[in-house]
Design a protein. Structure first.
Length: 443
């Protein structure tokens, strides 16, 4: 006799098929959205300073370019509030389609932004506006992608692994974005600065079409359907989760310090540092980051799986402590300017990040009650963008300008790690527990 789920009464075989479809749709969608987000960061490190701030010295131009990069992170909490509201009101699926369109259209339009030589400072202004829209789209994407996967998982013992697959979209998006930029950098040669960099942005519209096709074919999660059937939908979920679970929101933001700030130093700032200071070639750095992202294909789901065995919080604490130490090793290897050591440092740089990023989705999302989960998880996750991810490359650039040493940046990474260790120790851990019932952060 076919058993059924408590939430949606789907036969086991159909439920498993829908789980696979949901995980695939979430992973494909996050890959596309992070591709969009990362090509901006790579372009900011390689060409935006010269194109949109040509009258500044190279270091100031880099700071200005990363300033427009930071603006995208400011948009992310706004997107979390907007799309979190609708994700808890109308469902995970519909909201995810909206976030994909928001991100994709903004990225596509960046390809057409004229440079300073054509329209002066207005090029940078338009770029900044589109970057904000990008940030808003990404701000709503993460929470929905994690929930569309995690809320299909019946077993309490594999949620870490299931929730880690949308996280897989980060290295996949990083890999594709760097691969495309590397390809067009080689193909267009000296013309890359003029028009070659625009092609990866144009190609994003094709990826968005694929993502929409995949996402339109999935069902709403059993957890959300249960909320609808029980008439437990909140009228103002964002306001309600701020009132009911502010502690979890704040802790979610601070526990990301040791994961997010180093990540953007290792994947965005490194381009400016390696090409400008170490005098290594652009293509060499792109290749090294590509190799690092490939390693993350394995390590992110691996550490998500390990968190199902030893607990989310414990796995995360190990990763945060490792990151605090690794920053010094990383810049020690980079500062040798030895191509081999630099390549090894870059390839290994995402492993400490992945030790946290694998279990992170489940750790954060499980802490929020179902009817407020999209809003709460999104807000906590994306608030880190304005205290960690966005300022990271800017702070790294400013520290290097002041001290002319990578170890100053490593010290900054260590401080981020300490903050995260404290926040993680205070975060509730729901590994292996039922997350379909209402609990408002109390058990």
């Amino acid at each position: 006799m076919t058993s059924v789920s408590a939430a949606g009464a789907l036969p086991d075989s159909i439920h498993r098929a829908e789980l696979r479809k949901a995980v695939f749709a979430a992973t494909v969608g996050t890959t596309i959205e992070w591709y969009d987000f990362f090509i901006y960061g790579t372009a900011a490190g390689l060409v935006f300073g010269e194109l949109y701030f040509p009258h500044e010295d190279p270091l100031t131009a880099t700071l200005a370019a990363f300033g427009t990069y930071f603006i995208g992170f400011v948009g992310r909490p706004i997107g979390a509030a907007i799309f979190g509201h609708y994700g808890d009101r109308i469902g995970r699926k519909a909201t995810l389609i909206a976030t994909l369109l928001c991100m994709g259209i903004a990225t596509f339009l960046i390809a057409f932004v004229p440079s300073y030589a054509s329209i002066g400072i207005w090029g940078a202004v338009i770029l900044t506006v589109l970057r904000v829209v990008q940030g808003i789209g990404v701000g709503g994407e993460w929470g929905g992608s994690v929930l569309i996967s995690m809320e299909w998982a019946r077993s309490h013992g594999n949620r870490g692994l299931v929730a880690s697959w949308p996280q897989f979209g980060v290295p996949a998006g990083l890999f594709i974005s760097n691969l495309v930029i590397l390809a067009f950098s080689s193909w267009t040669g000296d013309q890359f600065l003029t028009w070659g960099w625009r092609i990866p942005f144009l190609l994003s519209i094709v990826l968005v079409g694929i993502g929409l096709w995949v996402r339109l074919g999935i069902l709403e999660t059993p957890v959300f359907r249960k909320l609808v059937s029980e008439k437990r939908i909140e009228r103002a979920p964002t306001a309600e989760v701020i009132r009911k679970q502010p502690r979890e929101i704040i802790l979610s933001a601070f526990l990301r310090m040791s994961e997010q700030a180093p990540f953007y130093i290792f994947t965005a700032f490194v381009f400016a540092y390696a090409t400008g200071t170490l005098k290594l070639s652009r293509d060499f750095v792109l290749t090294a980051v590509l190799a690092a992202s490939v390693l993350s294909f394995v390590s992110i789901p691996l550490f998500g799986h390990i968190s199902d065995r030893i607990g989310r919080r414990r796995m995360y604490l190990i990763g945060a402590a490792t990151t605090g130490v690794f920053g010094f090793i990383y810049f020690g290897m980079l500062d040798t300017a030895s191509p081999l050591l630099v390549f090894i440092a870059v390839v290994l740089s995402l492993i400490p990040h992945d030790m946290q990023y694998g279990p992170q989705a489940a750790l954060i999302a499980e802490a929020f009650t179902p009817r407020l989960r999209y809003s709460g998880a999104s807000l906590g996750y994306q608030l880190a963008s304005i205290i960690a991810g966005g300022p990271g490359p800017i702070i790294a650039t400013a520290l290097f300008a002041a001290y002319r040493s990578g170890y100053a940046i490593a010290a900054y990474i260590a401080v981020c790690a300490i903050i995260s260790i404290v926040a993680t120790a205070l975060m509730p851990d729901y590994t292996g527990k039922d997350i379909s019932a209402e609990y408002d952060g109390k058990r």
